[in-house]
Design a protein around this ligand. Structure first.
Ligand SMILES: C[S@@+](CC[C@H](N)C(=O)[O-])C[C@H]1O[C@@H](n2cnc3c(N)ncnc32)[C@H](O)[C@@H]1O
Length: 315
């Protein structure tokens, strides 16, 4: 799979998020400055993105509250993610929030931050009086960092995170939102193992396809392949069990996984009621199929026993 096809997956995700935000599924005043408006998306796609972003953000909030924000967040393959701004607006600013992606992606994101004051001002405000440094497709500030690295090269990842000065004894959350599946399994395993064995208190959140072995899964993989986007890491996406196993066999102490329909149903009932009235959906089957084929898996290693095991969804 060419790297161009990998970058394109970010544009696709960002456009879908922008469209769902426009429809009122959740609030994000920042995404409009990062990606142009795309085509209309079907209601089940919007609900899928709602469950994905709200589900992950719910776990991130639990981690930030548990650690009183004295923590580090590493967003692996962050693309045009806006969680730095959104969580900061909620008063949940981590000591360190670092994003990694390919240079072609970080370069565009840095350019947009530099040229759009609505993005730059909050970064500057959390930084101090010296100007935020944006150069060589990277951003450096007190709390927020954007660095480029090809995560298939673990040495490069370590070097870049070393430059940020990550503290391996500080609670650290790794987020990989629809990213590992684009990496060959041996490479994503090395990354997962590095994260799971080098930090004394760490949590990893992973949003990815699941149940790729069934008929619908085969069609999904085939459709992506036709768009020159092979899912190099699809082997780990066979079931919730294989999702958990990738963490448990790579140094993590405990793991859990839920399909997206279960995540969706566990989100606050009043908000579900609100979003279910946004768009009419004549059939439930497409939503069910989509939600059955994505999941959130999460894993923890908690040498210092700060309570990471308690993070999860109400079932
Ligand atoms: C589907 S997008 C998801 C972006 C973001 N996490 C989100 O969910 O909105 C996948 C992202 O992973 C990045 N990515 C994939 N493989 C990568 C690699 N080997 N090194 C760095 N970034 C990678 C892509 O460039 C892209 O931004």
């Amino acid at each position: 799979m060419g790297d161009d096809a990998i970058y394109a997956t970010n544009d696709d995700a960002a456009m879908c998020k922008r469209f769902a935000v426009q429809q009122g599924y959740w609030k994000d005043p920042y995404i409009q400055f990062l990606v142009k408006a795309g085509e209309r998306k079907a209601p089940e796609i919007n609900r899928g993105y709602y469950a994905r972003t709200e589900g992950l953000r719910s776990l991130m909030r639990q981690f930030l509250k548990l650690t009183h924000c004295a923590c580090q967040i590493v967003n692996l393959g962050a693309g045009f993610d806006t969680n730095f701004w959104l969580l900061k607006d909620e008063g949940l600013l981590a000591d360190v929030f670092v994003e990694l992606d390919m240079r072609a992606v970080t370069s565009r994101k840095c350019h947009m931050i530099r040229t759009r004051s609505k993005l730059l001002e909050p970064v500057q405000a959390s930084h101090g009086s010296e100007p935020v440094v944006i150069e060589d497709a990277e951003l450096r500030s007190t709390h927020y960092h954007i660095m480029w690295a090809d995560m298939r090269d673990l040495k490069q990842v370590e070097e870049k995170l070393g430059q940020v000065g990550l503290d391996k004894n500080k609670p650290t959350l790794f987020l990989s939102e629809c990213v590992l599946v684009y990496m060959p399994l041996d490479k994503s395993n090395s990354l997962v193992k590095w994260a799971g064995t080098n930090f004394s208190s760490a949590l990893i959140l992973n949003y990815e396809p699941v149940n790729m072995g069934d008929r619908f899964g085969h069609v999904m993989v085939e459709n992506l392949r036709k768009r020159t986007c092979a899912l190099a890491g699809v082997e780990a996406c066979q079931s919730l069990e294989t999702q958990k196993a990738r963490f448990l066999s790579n140094g993590w102490e405990g793991a859990a996984a839920m399909d997206m329909m279960s995540v969706y149903r566990s989100l606050p009932a009043d908000d579900l009621h609100r979003i279910e009235r946004l768009e009419f959906m004549d059939e439930r089957e497409p939503l069910q199929q989509l939600m059955d084929h994505y999941c959130i898996a999460w894993a923890w290693r908690d040498v210092n026993k700060i309570g990471l095991e308690s993070i999860g969804f109400n079932r």
